[in-house]
Design a protein around this ligand. Structure first.
Ligand SMILES: [Fe+2]
Ligand SMILES: [Fe+2]
Length: 314
């Protein structure tokens, strides 16, 4: 993805957006609820592993279905990779004034997600902790592939990505079949929603300040969107399992992530766009029509597969 604005113009825009960042930090702090990871972990189920004289993990100890395991592993590793996201965002947003305050606060909140999910999975023996640790080491040692480069591209990306993780966490929680796991993931999903609101509001302001560049950035991000977990070991296999279970699939991506945010920005309602922005919007609309068709096809095929499976069982 080529960077839309040159760094000098970006620096000016960072300054212009700074009061919006400050106002949205205040807004965020007034609605964010403090919570403690340890509250969402059934510690009474915990016991030592072999290293301390107990028993190591074995598959039969887990109450999670293979689908729930895949979803929890992908979602936890996505949270684990926080240092890479911090680096990318710090590079794009800079570390000045309110931008820095936000980045540090956001990082602290995100870190809580991995702490809580790992404690929950370890204590309940939901997934193999050795395998999980190996995956974490591989992922974090590799960092992340180059994602969006510039300020506007990153703002657009995180707006969608926070909402995508909200949907994915919420549905993964339900899939655990465990009231505590469900509650934990709902709590994390509520945080992700507030993060989405923060970034979405910044894009809204940027659409006023630099409509053409912002519209082009939105197009570029939507057309090349990948989940933040895309670099994880076995991501393709796991994301297929997650999509087949309806935890995160193309239908949800289109209907529950991309479209609501675009509607909030009134992307398709604006009548004041310059030619380059108009062209970006048309490309975006065309792409989304294709996504919609592909999502329909996916859902139909999934229903047919499930019906066949049901028939073969009965
Ligand atoms: Fe998170
Ligand atoms: Fe988040």
């Amino acid at each position: 993805m080529t960077r839309i604005l040159d760094p000098t113009v970006e620096r000016g825009l960072l300054g212009e957006l700074e009061p919006v960042v400050a106002a949205n930090i205040d807004r965020h702090l007034s609605v964010a609820r403090d919570w403690n990871p340890h509250d969402y972990v059934p510690w009474s189920e915990g016991r030592n592993f072999a290293f301390l004289g107990g028993e190591d993990w074995a598959p039969e100890q887990s109450r999670l279905t293979p689908v729930a395991k895949a979803a929890m592993i992908v979602n936890l590793l996505t949270e684990d990779n926080l240092p890479s996201y911090h680096r990318v965002i710090a590079t794009a947003f800079g570390r000045d004034a309110a931008w820095r305050t936000w980045l540090d606060r956001w990082t602290a909140e995100e870190n809580r997600h991995a702490v809580a999910m790992r404690d929950y999975l370890t204590v309940t023996r939901g997934v193999d902790p050795v395998d999980l640790e190996r995956r974490r080491m591989r992922l974090m040692s590799a960092g992340i592939e180059d994602g969006p480069q510039g300020l506007l591209e990153n703002l657009a990306y995180v707006s969608f990505q926070e909402l995508a993780t909200r949907v994915s966490h919420r549905n993964a929680g339900r899939e655990t079949g465990c009231p505590i796991g469900d509650q934990l993931m709902a709590r994390i999903a509520a945080d992700e929603n507030l993060h989405m609101v923060f970034y979405r509001n910044l894009v809204e302001a940027a659409l006023e300040l630099a409509p053409e560049a912002m519209m082009c950035a939105i197009r570029d991000v939507v057309l090349s969107f990948e989940m933040p977990g895309a670099g994880q070991p076995d991501f393709l296999r796991y994301s297929a399992i997650i999509a087949n279970a309806g935890i995160y699939d193309l239908r949800l991506h289109h209907d529950a992530v991309i479209m609501p945010v675009l509607r909030y920005w009134k992307v398709f309602d604006r009548t004041d766009l310059a030619p380059a922005a108009e062209q970006a919007r048309e490309q975006l609309a065309e792409f989304l029509r294709e996504v919609d068709v592909a999502a329909e096809r996916f859902v139909t095929r999934r229903a047919e597969r499930n019906a066949r499976r049901e028939r073969s069982r009965s």
